[in-house]
Design a protein around this ligand. Structure first.
Ligand code: B3K
Ligand code: ZN
Length: 874
């Protein structure tokens, strides 16, 4: 735009512009001579022309120094180097193309391409990082067989790894050695990986269902072997589960996982050689919480499941990302639910949808699960593509049922194994295998935003009928004004006053409990309903929508007790809480007192005392929605009123149920720590009780004694989080003690940094600034940055949104620094700014000013550029 002259204009790509490649590469032989600042990469490609009209081969490359080009063994000079391309002219129809480049892994702070993490070399190529290693057709629809030779100093880098099977190795005279790896499965460049370093290795093996032996190896920093076991157990469980539930078997002789400390995201599914953020590998009871263990199981599963959904069948282009990510998230969610508690898993997945995913849908970056326009692909590894993508797969699963869904999966693999496919291919396989039309359903792939389903009911006593009117609409999102009706699976149940299920019947015929909502409005009249029923809707969160229905308190407390599935009981509790949170936010705004009817408290007391319920489920029932989720209910967010109401609600529950919390807390004292569902469930409930009790007179003493007595990180962190949240007297001493004990271990210190970020104290920001000087902190490490900075800016709304704008200035300072060193991390951190339109005018103006400052930065990275210009609506 004219008034923003300094904002450079990176170009966007559009899904509709897809063209198949002019050339392909069938084989690539890579040789790496690893040196910290000058690594030589020789790549020999077998190139084949696909489009007879094409004259030039245009390769992608970033930050490379070109050394030489040869074609069929001869030096080649007919090429041009662009800013991020190498165009080679006059190539024959097939040829062997050699390109030698030099790269500087040590200077690579972007953590994309080949870089150094601690003392090790490692790579991250998805989405477009391979082009920072060598010039290549760096797009997912070019599938080549990779052979990789890694050469490095033997003493410093005794382990040299790449994808596939290790086929040869040798020694060189100057203290260097080499290993040759061959991956028999053609793959796109984003699945390439290389690791070189000195590690401790945990080894195991797995025999697949057809009897093949697979070597399993987990590489961790020296001294961390005692933290790798749970990752190994999770890997073996994943392999078994994928065979049992999806009939999918592993295909190479070796599966390696390497844990590194410097990593931009959770983990990466490179063929046969996963690279993991150490956060999702390392755990023992002293260093990791139960939540960490669950995270490890989920991420190990996720990356393993990608071997089929992602690697064997990959994406044609990056717009199709949800083809592999949505499906693989669905698979990892099912894995966690089959192994642990299904209701608790579902509740937590739905919290993510209703909190941060719905927020993404409301913001300027709102996009369909299959985006249409992308400037920086890394910006689209979003909750929408992943979590909503998984919900879309889950809806198909609901519509088809397990057997037909699995038939669809089978057909999908029959058709597309070894190729790069599209989301449409997936839906077509589901449709063809099941015979169920998904025509209207496909709109979920192209329409952005959160649909709203509005329901009205009427009991027609005279005719024993119950009329349910269901309307749907999707509010406009940037670039998509008009929305069409979607195919929404709408799962309902009716209960009579005794809590018994009423069989659904329309026009004399039984009706399935999942209603097909395909139009803007449907009216259902259920027959033989002899008493006024209570309706349970959107059971299991059967579609990623907002449900609007005017429930009475009595209906909600009824459902909290009588709904047949636990998810629906939890959901009723959430709706009841939402009602009184909203009412009290209005009270606070009008200067009135906080008030909560005793019936509401009694309903929650009833859940707390229900001995038949899983303690983990009770803990979820008593967990309040986050301040961020609550913020999403408003057009204009009042952070201070929300913070106050959540605090008062916590205090009221604590005061009114103190005896029950206290009795349960003391009754759940455990003997020895173990990582199994029952033990974790008890700890979850016990620590939920502690969090409430922290707000009472006994709080300080209880929290202090739990901290002192604890022999595991779950209980330690629960005590510290309770002290932090309730600002107890014991907090300072605990924080000092913990920091002294763990300063040497960044991963453990992340928990401490997170508490500093979420500290509700008035001076939280100055504490955060002080904390950045801590010996264990570094902005260069994404985990540290996320723990401290992202937790302050994203999870401490009342302090981040301080009226004087100090929180906003702080974020701009950090973003300015990360814009050059690691824009991918910066691009995650900027999220709170993107929501500026949802705040009062004064805060809006302050945030907008910060966004404008950012837009003026020299060399604003594509990652930030895309978000800033969308937020400012340029
Ligand atoms: N596929 C990777 C994510 C890559 C992110 C690139 N910025 C991990 C995963 O989803 O399994
Ligand atoms: Zn994934």
């Amino acid at each position: 735009m004219a008034e923003q002259p300094t904002m450079n204009q990176p170009t966007a790509k559009y899904r509709s512009d897809y063209q198949s490649p002019d050339f392909t590469i069938t084989d690539i032989l890579l040789e790496f001579d690893l040196q910290d600042t000058a690594t030589r990469v020789v790549a020999v490609h077998k190139v084949k022309r696909l489009n007879p009209e094409a004259t030039s081969l245009v390769l992608d490359g970033d930050d490379l120094t070109l050394v030489r080009v040869e074609v069929d063994g001869q030096a080649w000079t007919d090429f041009t180097e662009g800013e991020s391309t190498l165009t080679i002219n006059q190539l024959p129809e097939t040829c062997e193309l050699l390109i030698e480049t030099e790269i500087n892994p040590e200077a690579n702070t972007l953590l994309e391409g080949l870089y150094k993490s601690g003392g090790a070399f490692c790579t991250q190529c998805e989405a477009e990082g391979f082009r920072r290693i060598t010039y290549y057709l760096d797009r997912p629809d070019v599938l080549a067989r990779f052979t990789t030779k890694v050469i490095a100093d033997k003493a410093a880098y005794p382990f040299l790894m790449s994808n596939g099977n290790r086929i040869d190795s040798g020694e060189l005279d100057n203290g260097r050695h080499w290993v040759l790896w061959e991956d028999p499965f053609p793959k796109p460049s984003y699945l390439f990986a290389l690791v070189a370093g000195d590690f401790d290795v945990l080894r195991d093996q797995y025999t697949t269902v057809s009897g093949r032996n697979v070597a399993l190896e987990i590489y961790v920093d020296k001294g961390n072997l005692d933290r790798a076991e749970y990752a190994m157990t999770s890997l073996i469980n994943s392999m078994k589960w994928d065979e049992a539930r999806f009939g999918l078997e592993y295909d190479l002789d070796i599966y390696m996982i390497v844990a590194v400390d410097f990593f931009n995201m959770g983990a990466m599914e490179n063929k046969g050689l996963n690279v993991f953020n150490s956060k999702f590998v390392l755990a023992n009871p002293k260093t990791a919480t139960d939540t960490d263990y669950q995270g490890i199981e989920a991420v190990i599963g996720h990356e393993y499941f990608h071997n089929w959904t992602g690697n064997r069948v990959t994406c044609r282009d990056w717009f199709q990302l949800s083809l592999k990510e949505g499906l693989t998230v669905f698979r990892d969610q099912e894995f966690s639910s089959d192994l642990g508690s299904r209701p608790v898993n579902r509740i937590n997945n739905v919290r993510i949808m209703r909190g941060p995913q719905f927020a993404e849908d409301r913001g300027p970056m709102s996009h369909p699960i299959r985006p249409e326009k992308v400037i920086e692909m890394n910006n689209f590894y979003t909750l929408t593509v992943y979590e909503k993508g998984s919900e879309v797969i889950r809806m198909m699963h609901t519509l088809l049922g397990e057997a037909k869904f699995q038939a669809g999966m089978k057909l999908y693999f029959e058709r597309h194994d070894g190729t790069a496919a599209t989301c449409d291919d997936f839906v077509a396989a589901m449709e063809d295998a099941s015979g169920i039309s998904l025509e209207r359903f496909r709109r979920w792939y192209s329409q952005a935003g959160t649909p709203v389903v509005n329901v009205e009911t009427e009991y027609l006593a005279d005719s024993n009928r119950y009329r349910v009117t269901v309307k749907q609409h999707t509010p406009p999102t940037p670039g998509q004004e008009d929305k069409l009706p979607l195919h929404i699976p709408f799962d309902i149940e009716l209960y009579n006053p005794q809590g018994e299920v009423i069989a659904l019947q329309c026009n004399g015929k039984p009706v399935h409990h999942v209603l097909d909502i395909t139009d803007a409005e449907h009216v259902f009249e259920f027959e033989n309903v002899t008493e006024q029923p209570v309706i349970s809707m959107l059971r299991e969160f059967s579609a990623p929508v907002i449900l609007e229905y005017d429930y009475s308190d009595a209906e909600l407390t009824f459902l909290m007790v009588h709904a047949r599935n636990e998810f629906a009981r939890w959901d009723a509790g959430q709706m009841l809480l939402a009602k009184y949170i909203k009412q009290n936010v209005a009270n606070v705004q009008q200067g009135e007192a906080f008030a909560l009817p005793s019936e509401v408290i009694d309903a929650f007391r009833g859940v707390l005392l229900d001995a038949d319920l899983d303690p983990a489920f009770i803990a979820e029932m008593l967990t309040l929605p986050s301040e961020n989720e609550i913020a999403g209910w408003y057009k204009t967010v009042d952070v201070d009123a929300i913070h106050q109401v959540v605090g008062e609600l916590e205090n009221t529950f604590a005061r009114e149920m103190q005896d029950e919390f206290s009795a349960i807390y003391h009754s759940l004292t455990q003997a020895a720590y173990s990582v199994d569902h029952d033990a974790m469930a008890k700890r979850a409930l016990r620590n939920t009780c502690l969090a409430y009790l922290a707000n009472t007179d006994q709080g300080n003493a209880l929290v202090e004694s739990q901290y002192q007595a604890s022999d595991n990180m779950t209980d330690t962190m629960a005590a510290m989080a309770a002290a932090n949240n309730a600002q107890l007297a014991c907090r300072a001493a605990q924080m000092a003690d913990f920091s002294e004990k763990w300063t040497h271990d960044g991963l453990v210190m992340d928990k401490w940094f997170m508490l500093q970020g979420k500290n509700p104290a008035d001076n939280a920001l100055s504490n955060v600034r002080e904390t950045m000087k801590h010996a264990a902190f570094s902005l260069k490490n994404p985990n540290r940055t996320r723990s401290l900075v992202a937790s302050f800016c994203g999870m401490n709304p009342v302090r981040f949104h301080a009226k004087d704008g100090s929180g906003y200035q702080f974020l701009t300072e950090i973003l300015t620094e990360l814009n050059t060193s690691n824009p991918q991390v910066a691009s995650r951190l900027i999220e709170p700014f993107l929501k500026y339109r949802q705040y009062d005018e004064a805060r809006q103006a302050l945030m907008r000013a910060e966004l404008e400052r950012l837009s003026q930065l020299d060399n604003l990275a594509k990652d930030l550029y895309e978000k800033v210009q969308k937020a400012l609506d340029l």
